[in-house]
Design a protein around this ligand. Sequence first.
Ligand code: HEC
Length: 135
Amino acid sequence: MKRSLAFIGAGFFAVALVIGAATAMSSKPACAAVEQVSFSEDVMPILRERCVACHQTGGEGYNKSGLDLTSYVGLMKGTKNGPMIIPGDPDMSNLMWLIDWRADPALRMPHNKKKLSSCDRDTIRTWIRQGANNN
Ligand code: HEC
């Protein structure tokens, strides 16, 4: 009797561990599924951290391509050759091709840096799919 109680106790402990691990995983903010993506709260922080150093006035990315990633207006204006984002259509948006590393290796973004996480890329993809709004 005593042994079986200990066994049940161990069982509960294992279940608690599994639930604990699942909770810890789902509370990880980087990959949380966001229903409505916000430009200012979700997309801009990624650009600011990973792109703006080169894509602002005087940066090498801005100098070469004309793409200014410091604001919504700059992002939507695109490069000197035209828009990089087609609202509603991430697959037709050149920006997605570059950050997914589907384009020429020389044009992978961020240039010569680590690839964006799949969570960050999905955030941008969903934002474009939802209309690329200044929200
Ligand atoms: C280390 C500097 C650097 C960083 C960081 C960087 N870029 Fe660039 N980016 C460049 C350079 C340089 C070019 C010009 C490439 C060329 O034309 O040879 C460029 C060009 C581009 C272009 C235009 C490509 C074209 O077809 O003309 C896009 C779009 C772009 N970057 C997006 C991004 C995004 C999005 C990020 C952040 C995830 C980013 N870049 C981060 C340096 C950078």
